[in-house]
Structure formats: C-alpha cells, structure tokens
Write a protein that binds this ligand. Sequence first.
Ligand code: IMP
Length: 180
Amino acid sequence: MHPEAKKILVREEDINSRVKELGDLISRDYRDTDGLLVVGILKGAVIFMADLVRQLTIPVKLDFMAVSSYGKASESSGVVRILKDLEHNIQGKHLLIVEDIVDTGLTLKYLKENLETRGPASLKICTLLDKPARRKVNVEVNYNGFIIGDEFVVGYGLDYNERYRNEKSIFILKPEVYAS
Ligand code: IMP
C-alpha cells in the first residue's frame, strides 16, 4: 500500500477486470457501427482511457478535451471553460466521452450539451467512478466502473495537487496529507 494511503478503495485487480468487462460491453454495443470516437477528458481520464481502448474490438479513434471550472462560482452555475477542444469534426460520428469520475455532474452535463450541438450520430458517457451522493445535476451515465461513497479518492488517473495519478489502485489519503 502507498505510504500516504489510509485505505484502498478499489484494488488493481478489480480495476483491471472491470475495465475488461466495460470494454466487452462497449464493443458489443457498437459492433454494428463503423466505429467509435473516444473522447478522453484530460487529465484524469487518461489512464482509464488507455486501458479501456485496448479492450475494444471495434475500430476506434481517439481525441481529447481539457476543461476547467470557473472557480467556486461554477459549482452553482455549471459554467465550464474549454481549455483544449477536439481535433475531430464529430458530425455524424458515434462519440464516447470517457471521464474519471462523476461528482456533482456539472462538468459532464456541460460537455454533453456542448458536444450535442455539433451533431454527433450518438453520444454516450463512460466513467470509471460515480459518486451519486454528491450529484447536483442529473446526467445519464451509460457505462460506469464503480459506484463509490462521498469520499475524495486518488490513483489510476485521479489526483490530489497533481500527485498519485500513476498509482495502480484507487485509494483514500491519510488526513495528514491534506494538512501539510
Ligand atoms: P463534477 O463536475 O463535480 O462532476 O467534477 C468532476 C471532476 O472533479 C472530475 O473529473 C475530477 O477531476 C474532479 N473530482 C471529483 N471528485 C474527485 C475525487 O474524489 N478525486 C479526484 N478528483 C475528483
């Protein structure tokens, strides 16, 4: 266990087997299409996305978006700033947004509405983690890895102050980490 971890929430083996299951499910759902444009939300989704797309057996293209909230005000307004936009024209394409975690839901709600205006053939959402207790707006998640409680987690792409993204498991930090 990482020396700064208080408790492991999802073990490496459990992540790997769930990512494989999700890959099988998604491959099945899109097998009759001409393929999928997978959109990863930087930076948290990168690790999950890299593992997930290698489980897909359908033709896949990758793209990325980076977003940031407008400070505290965004918590209520849901306004999200696009820091990096897609390189692909998504009109008529099947899109899968890959996100690390749905918390309040504000980020995904904004992204979904924004991307829908560009006329994709379909748009679905895949998240590694879901924290339903914290939801402020309703957003439909089509594929989810694990449902977790109202706890701040790190690892497997998720960070605290940009650290722990490279950890293989998902865990809760010791309280003294936040104090320092
Ligand atoms: P939302 O707009 O509130 O759903 O925020 C989603 C974003 O908040 C995620 O993409 C993460 O970047 C961040 N986030 C929410 N909960 C956690 C957590 O427990 N650990 C790390 N990042 C989190």
